[in-house]
Write a protein that binds this ligand. Structure first.
Ligand SMILES: [Zn+2]
Length: 365
């Protein structure tokens, strides 16, 4: 772990800092800031001599840039950067003579459609969507979420208040303290056992799932998982993957009717990769433990779903979009066993009884 001198430019101006890589983070220790490596975008510029930049968006979606100062600092970055950052570093820095002109300054026009499209062509790779999604401003993500929500709303039976929504809100708030997103919780009157997350912090839970849940802890387990699909921008990435970058460009330039039409076909039916599901489980368990909630609810709900899964031909919604239930039960069991949380308590919810009483009987709409 070697430190290097750098210049940090961001919304607050420009400061000299020392930085180092630690695990999967870039740490600016004198400022108490650490940035996840997968949030970093490498760029190269400079007129007289080549300069290297590490860029990211802060919690308010504003761009920050770290520039290692001098050859020695750059050498430290190239040597110490974690493996996941090595390919872009290698590609940009070592091949900079070829692409210097294109790279220089492309981040400046981040929100412009041409730049986004150009960046995608220029940097093709399996990580392109993940990394570029990290650069999309929160405001754009929220707009996409609002559009998706409008589609779900149009299908009807969506409640943003009432006893059931109140219970979901109360449990959800426990899990999202300190998040950069302002979460909104909805309950959809629908018998299928389902819950889903839309970009920008919108979580929808079906009454069928609430009926299946036998404790606040089980709802917390499902919500903890769904919240991570927002936090890790899985929902945003999936939306971009299925709609294409054109949708993002359309939102950015205000042409929302086209996007709304595209979303009509897929709102509420998002399928995530197995990696994303595992990440949501793992970070969901951590979020429960941070909130001092015993994570067993996630496990018991999965177990219940697994048993349903094997007994029926038509699996309930949350399971059909969340495959490999048996394997997940095993993984989450191991996860919980591996991170004991003696201070965690079973979750109590003051609105639980009222929620259960308010749920419509199955089969009635
Ligand atoms: Zn999921």
């Amino acid at each position: 772990m070697k430190t290097f001198a750098a210049l940090l430019s961001g919304p607050a101006g420009t400061t000299s800092v020392t930085a180092h890589f630690f695990g999967k983070q870039l740490v600016l220790h004198d400022l108490g800031i650490s940035v996840e490596i997968d949030q970093l975008i490498v760029s190269v510029g400079g007129m007289e001599q080549p300069e290297l930049f590490l860029n990211w968006l802060d919690t308010q979606g504003r761009q920050a840039t770290l520039q290692p100062l001098g050859a020695e600092a750059i050498a430290t970055v190239l040597q110490d950067a974690p493996a996941s950052l090595q390919p872009p570093l290698h590609k940009l820095w070592r091949e900079r003579k070829h692409n210097r002109r294109q790279v220089s300054g492309w981040l400046a026009g981040l929100t412009s459609a041409a730049v986004l499209a150009g960046a995608l062509f220029w940097w093709q790779g399996s990580n392109a969507i993940g990394a570029l999604a990290g650069l999309i401003p929160l405001s754009t993500e929220k707009q996409l979420g609002e559009l998706a929500l409008a589609q779900v709303r149009a299908q009807g039976q969506l409640a943003g208040s009432g006893a059931a929504q109140q219970a979901v809100h109360e449990i959800g708030q426990r899990l999202t303290q300190g998040s950069r997103y302002q979460y909104r919780w909805f309950v959809k009157q629908d018998d299928s056992v389902n819950a889903f997350a839309m970009p920008g912090g919108i979580i929808v839970v079906h009454t069928g799932l609430l009926r299946q849940a036998s404790s606040p802890g089980e709802v917390a387990g499902v919500l903890a998982h769904e919240v991570q699909h927002v936090e890790q921008r899985h929902s945003l990435r999936q939306m971009i993957t299925s709609l294409g970058w054109g949708a993002l460009v359309a939102v950015t330039i205000g042409d929302i009717s086209a996007v709304a039409a595209m979303l009509a076909h897929q709102a509420g039916a998002m399928y995530f990769s197995r990696d994303m599901e595992e990440e949501a489980d793992r970070l969901g368990v951590q979020a429960l433990q941070r909130a001092r909630i015993r994570p067993d609810g996630m496990l018991t709900f999965f177990q219940k779903m697994r048993d349903e899964d094997s007994g029926k031909t038509a699996a309930p919604g949350w399971i059909s979009s969340h495959p490999q239930t048996a394997a997940r039960v095993q993984r989450v069991t191991a996860l919980i066993a591996g991170t004991p949380c003696p201070n965690c308590l079973p979750l109590a919810s003051s609105s639980w009884q009222a929620m259960k009483a308010a749920l419509p009987a199955a089969g009635k709409r």
